[in-house]
Design a protein around this ligand. Structure first.
Ligand code: FAD
Ligand code: SF4
Length: 492
C-alpha cells in the first residue's frame, strides 16, 4: 500500500447523516444514521497506520484499531469484525456510546492536524454489519464442569459471561430487572442506542449457551454465599452497577414531581412509558421540567422529557458550559433539540404549590472560583442572587451510588463509599466471589465495564484452574473462527 501522509489523506472527516432536530425530537428513533459502505471506505482512507498506534493505547480494551481499519479499507468487513471482536464483545454498542473523543480519537495522530479518524463511526459500521450478517461466537464443544453465576447483566456481566462460556463453563446470569442489559437497556435511550442493537448483542450470549434469569434480585431471593454453598456455583462475578440515585438534600425533594434521572429513564425505557398509550405505564404530565446536572445522564433525561411531550426543559448546572461533563456531541444535540441551559446556577430549594407538588425551583447564581482537587474551577455562590425558576417537575441527574443490597446481605468487604473492595485480580473478600464494573469503580463507561468483565473472567478461569484462561485475554473473543476448547475436569 502506498504510504499515506497527512497531506494525501482525505482532509475532511466523513460526515454521518443525522435526522433533523425538529423531526427527531418528536420520537425515539435513532438520531445518528450511521455510515454507508462508501462512507466507511472513505473514512478508512484517513488512517495513517501509525507504527506506534496511539489509538490502541487510548482504547480501554486495546482494540487493534489500525488492524480493523486496514481490513475495512480492503472491503474485508468480516476480517475487520474479527479484529475488533478479539478485544470487544459489543462493537455496535461501543461504536455508538463510547466517549471516543477522550479515548482513541483523542490521541489519534491525524487529530494533531485535522479532525481525528472517526474510529467510533467505523466501529459502529462494522458492529452493525456483524449484527446484519449474524456473526457471533459458538458455544464451547467441551464442558469445563464448572458452573459460574454472574449477578447483573450490564456490559461487565455480559462480557464476563461470554468469556467464561467460551471456556466451557455453565454460566447463569441473574438480573433484577425483567430484561437484561443493565444501563444499556434501562438508562441509555433508544435515540442513542436502539433496543434492537442491545437485543442483538445480548442474543450472542444466548447463542453461547448462557442462561439468563431475569426478575431475580440476588441478596433478596438468595445471598451471594447461598450461590456457592447451596446452589452449586463454583464462582460468582458481581456486576451490579451503580444505580442508586443521588439527591442534593435540599428542601422539597419529597414533593410530587421530583424524580431521579434513573427513575425517569427506567420508566421511559424499560417500563415503556415512551410507548404510552400502547403500553399502559405512563409517566404522568411532566409540564415544565428542570433537570439538575449536565452529564450524559442529564442530557439523556432532558431529551427523553422533550420526546415525552414536556412543555419546556431547562438544564440547571452550577458550573459553566465548558465544565459540563457530558460528551460534546450529546450537549450539542440537546441544544439543537431546544433544551434551555442555565449555566452557573445552583438549586437551593424546591418550591411547594401548597398541595404537595412542585411549583418551582429556587436557584442562586454562581461564579467560578479557584480550581478544586479535580482541577476544575470551583463554583462559588454570588451573594443575594436567588431567583425562582417556574417548573412542574424536577429531575436530579447529579450522579449515582453503589446499590447497597449485596453489601447488606453478604460479608463482602466494601470501601467507605459502599463500593465492593477487590484486589488486582478483581477478587473480593469472599472466596470464589469476584466483582467489576461500576460496582467497583463507581459510575464509569460501557467499555471500561466490559474490560473489567473480561479481566474477571480471566481471574475466575485461573481460580478454577482452567488452562485456557489466557485465551480470553487477547484472541478469539466472541467469534467462531479457529476457536479452541478448554475442557477441564472439575477439580473438587
Ligand atoms: P450496569 O450497566 O449498571 O448493570 C448492572 C445490572 O445489575 C443492572 O441491570 C441491574 O439491574 C443489575 N443488578 C443490580 N443489583 C442486582 C442484584 N442484587 N441482583 C441482580 N441484578 C442486579 N457510558 C458510556 O460509555 N457512554 C455513554 O454514553 C453512557 N451513557 C450513560 C447514560 C446513562 C443514563 C447512564 C446511567 C450511564 C451511562 N453510561 C455511559 C455509563 C455506563 O452505562 C455504565 O458505566 C455501564 O453500564 C456500567 O456497566 P455495569 O455492567 O458495571 O453495570
Ligand atoms: Fe490510524 Fe489515528 Fe490510530 Fe494513527 S492514531 S493508527 S491515524 S486511527
Amino acid at each position: 500500500m502506498k504510504k499515506r501522509t497527512i497531506r494525501t489523506i482525505p482532509q475532511e472527516r466523513t460526515a454521518m447523516t443525522e435526522r433533523p432536530a425538529a423531526e427527531r425530537a418528536r420520537d425515539f428513533g435513532e438520531v445518528a444514521c450511521g455510515y454507508t459502505l462508501a462512507d466507511a471506505l472513505r473514512e478508512s482512507q484517513r488512517c495513517l497506520f501509525c507504527p506506534d498506534e496511539p489509538c490502541v493505547r487510548g482504547c480501554p480494551v486495546g482494540i487493534d484499531i489500525p488492524g480493523f481499519i486496514e481490513r475495512l479499507g480492503e472491503q474485508d468487513v468480516r476480517g475487520a469484525y474479527d479484529a475488533i471482536a478479539d478485544a470487544s464483545l459489543l462493537p455496535a454498542i461501543c461504536g455508538r456510546v463510547c466517549p471516543q473523543e477522550t479515548q482513541c480519537e483523542g490521541v489519534c495522530t491525524v487529530g494533531d492536524t485535522l479532525e481525528p479518524v472517526a474510529i467510533g463511526r467505523l466501529e459502529r459500521f462494522v458492529g452493525d454489519a456483524a449484527i446484519c450478517e449474524g456473526w457471533a461466537g459458538e458455544p464451547a464443544a467441551e464442558r469445563s464442569g464448572f458452573a459460574v453465576a454472574i449477578v447483573g447483566s450490564g456490559p461487565a456481566g455480559m462480557a464476563c459471561a461470554a468469556d467464561l462460556a467460551r471456556l466451557g463453563c455453565d454460566v447463569t446470569v441473574f438480573e433484577a430487572f425483567q430484561e437484561p442489559g443493565g444501563v444499556l437497556r434501562y438508562g441509555i435511550p433508544d435515540f442513542r442506542l436502539p433496543n434492537e442493537v442491545v437485543d442483538a448483542e445480548i442474543g450472542k450470549l444466548a447463542r453461547l449457551g448462557i442462561a439468563i434469569r431475569a426478575n431475580t434480585l440476588v441478596g433478596r431471593l438468595f445471598t451471594l454465599e447461598d450461590l456457592i454453598r447451596d446452589r452449586g456455583f463454583a464462582a460468582v462475578f458481581v456486576a451490579t452497577g451503580a444505580g442508586t440515585p443521588t439527591f442534593m438534600g435540599i428542601e422539597g425533594e419529597s414533593l410530587n414531581g421530583v424524580l431521579s434521572a434513573n427513575e425517569l429513564l427506567t420508566r421511559a425505557n424499560l417500563m415503556r412509558a415512551r410507548d404510552f398509550p400502547a403500553y399502559d405505564t405512563p409517566l404522568g404530565r411532566l409540564g415544565r421540567v428542570a433537570v439538575v446536572g449536565a452529564g450524559n445522564t442529564a442530557m439523556d433525561a432532558m431529551r427523553v422529557c422533550r420526546r415525552l411531550g414536556a412543555d419546556k426543559v431547562t438544564c440547571v448546572y452550577w458550573r459553566g458550559r465548558a465544565e459540563a461533563p457530558a460528551r460534546a456531541e450529546e450537549l450539542h444535540h440537546a441544544e439543537e433539540e431546544g433544551i434551555e441551559f442555565r449555566w452557573l446556577t445552583e438549586p437551593v430549594a424546591i418550591l411547594d404549590d401548597g398541595h404537595g407538588a412542585v411549583r418551582g425551583l429556587r436557584c442562586r447564581r454562581m461564579e467560578l472560583g479557584d480550581p478544586d482537587a479535580s482541577g476544575r474551577h470551583r463554583p462559588v455562590p454570588v451573594p443575594d442572587s436567588e431567583v425562582d425558576l417556574e417548573c412542574d417537575s424536577v429531575v436530579f441527574a447529579i450522579g449515582t451510588n453503589a446499590n447497597p443490597i449485596l453489601g447488606q446481605t453478604s460479608k463482602l468487604a466494601l470501601d467507605p463509599r459502599g463500593y465492593i473492595k477487590v484486589d488486582g485480580d478483581l477478587a473480593t473478600s469472599l472466596d470464589g466471589v469476584f466483582a467489576g464494573g461500576d460496582i467497583v469503580t463507581g459510575a464509569a463507561t460501557v467499555i471500561e465495564a466490559m474490560g473489567a468483565g473480561r479481566r474477571a473472567a480471566r481471574s475466575i478461569a485461573r481460580y478454577l484452574g482452567l488452562g485456557g484462561a489466557d485465551a480470553t485475554g487477547g484472541t478469539l473473543f466472541g467469534i467462531a473462527g479457529g476457536q479452541h476448547n478448554y475442557a477441564r475436569v472439575r477439580v473438587a
